[in-house]
Design a protein around this ligand. Structure first.
Ligand code: PEP
Length: 251
């Protein structure tokens, strides 16, 4: 089954480093077939990285967007602007935006709706904090984040949606959860989607990813899980050799 590998470069690379990495990856991954690869650089690097990727099999994604289409929103970037520079995907509700920038479930929902309305593919991130997990609230937290992000959204568009399970306490830690837990959580997410979208039978089109300390050593164990349709990779996506070896291992 084709899988999706998404690189989240966060605020880790300069413009030059981003372009150089994109060049290396588009060269190394010239022959990827079946699997989808998406690079998500910082905003200033989107245009030049998009130019590097033009004609390659690698897609371009942003790390965030705003829900309005234009207007007096200093510092924000609209879906249409992302599309102008070549984006087809956008990460929404990453835990770093929720926990550092104060993004709420309501804001995440508006962003998902605006992305879908514009024809961008949202990569909706959900995940529990360590304390929520210790309190036994993990499944509840995940289900509520999924529900509040998707409730009432035009279902016919749900076919173009990724939901990434990213346990907050695992991100950047070097210690991923067990692949079986990613599979279990993907089932929880799918069930919420099925309950939300019963009338339309489009929940099966929602693809679930796992993210959190995925690396060259563990990527295949996650992608082997039947309901894990791909991975979201942070740290391990910053080095061309590592990231392309992770993808080439799938071919
Ligand atoms: C992320 O921040 O989305 C992520 C998955 O990071 P890392 O792979 O570094 O844990």
């Amino acid at each position: 089954m084709p899988k999706t590998i998404i690189a989240n470069w966060k605020m880790s690379l300069s413009l030059k480093e981003s372009v150089d990495l994109a060049k290396k990856l588009s060269r190394d991954l010239r022959s990827i077939t079946g699997h989808a690869v998406v690079l998500c650089p910082s905003f200033p690097a989107l245009l030049p990285v998009g130019q590097v990727l033009a004609g390659s099999k690698i897609a371009l994604g942003a790390q965030d967007m705003f829900w309005e289409t234009h207007g007096a929103y200093t510092g924000e970037v609209a879906a249409g602007m992302l599309q102008e520079v070549g984006c087809t995907h956008v990460i929404i509700g990453h835990s770093e935006r929720r926990n550092i920038a104060g993004e709420t479930d309501a804001m995440v929902r508006k962003k998902v709706a605006a992305a879908i309305a514009a024809g961008l593919t949202p990569i909706l991130c959900v995940g529990e904090k360590f304390q929520e997990r210790q309190e036994g609230l993990k499944d509840h937290v995940i289900a509520e984040q999924v529900r509040s992000a998707l409730e009432g959204i035009a279902i016919s568009s749900a076919a173009k949606l990724y939901i990434a399970y990213e346990p907050v306490w695992v991100i950047g830690s070097g210690q991923a959860v067990e692949p079986e837990e990613a599979q279990y959580t993907a089932e929880v997410i799918r069930q919420v989607a099925v309950d939300l979208f019963t009338e339309y039978n489009s929940a099966s089109a929602i693809r679930v990813l796992y993210g959190g300390s995925v690396d060259a050593a563990n990527i295949t164990s996650f992608l082997r899980q039947p309901d894990v349709h791909g991975v979201l990779v942070g740290g391990a996506s910053l080095k061309a050799e590592t990231f392309s070896s992770m993808i080439q291992a799938l071919v």
